[in-house]
Design a protein around this ligand. Structure first.
Ligand code: S3P
Length: 168
């Protein structure tokens, strides 16, 4: 089983991916981390040097060309499901899981905004407005996930049960 975790920045995709991979004793794959490694620079530096359109193309290429093990947990970048046919591709190749959080929950978790190019320099109020607006745009993609859970305070064992039930 390949599990693709999707959701907004700060919803805990990387942490939950590691926890699920631990429970399943399988590898965890982080698309942003692969890009950082391949390009030899941070996501923020990549955005600054090449722009967002180049980044979207690159994440699409990495998503589709990676040689995934049979069982693995994949953490995707917050925007990845919303470009090209990425969401459809993930649905065809694994179980997609939307880690949902309310906008105030996301604000409370997004402290390190400087490393996220889309959030640079925002205060809490600006960030809340940005999230509400972006979620309106992105939810149509996130909502195509097979499983949706509110991931605030979510026990990874409960999450795994939910995923297994959906798969069955
Ligand atoms: C982005 C989310 C980031 C990263 C990039 C763009 C987005 O990943 O891919 O900064 O558009 O939401 P995380 O969701 O892991 O922060």
């Amino acid at each position: 089983m390949k599990i693709f975790l999707v959701g907004f920045m700060g919803c805990g995709k990387s942490t939950k991916a590691k926890q699920l991979a631990n429970l399943l004793a399988c590898p965890v794959i982080d698309i942003d981390a692969i890009i950082v490694e391949q390009q030899g620079m941070s996501i923020a530096d990549y955005f600054a040097a090449n722009g967002e359109a180049a980044f979207r193309k690159l994440e699409n290429e990495v998503l589709k060309s990676f040689d995934y093990p049979e069982t693995c947990v994949v953490a995707t970048g917050g925007g990845l499901p919303c470009y090209f046919d990425n969401m459809q591709w993930m649905n065809e190749n694994g179980v997609t899981v939307y880690l949902e959080m309310t906008p105030p929950q996301l604000v409370s978790r997004l402290h390190n905004r400087e490393k996220r190019p889309l959030l640079k320099g925002m205060d809490d109020e600006q960030l809340l407005a940005f999230i509400i607006n972006k979620l309106e745009e992105r939810n149509q993609f996130y909502n195509q996930a097979k499983v949706t859970v509110n991931s605030f305070d979510l026990d990874p064992k409960d999450l795994l049960e939910e995923i297994k039930q959906t798969k069955a």
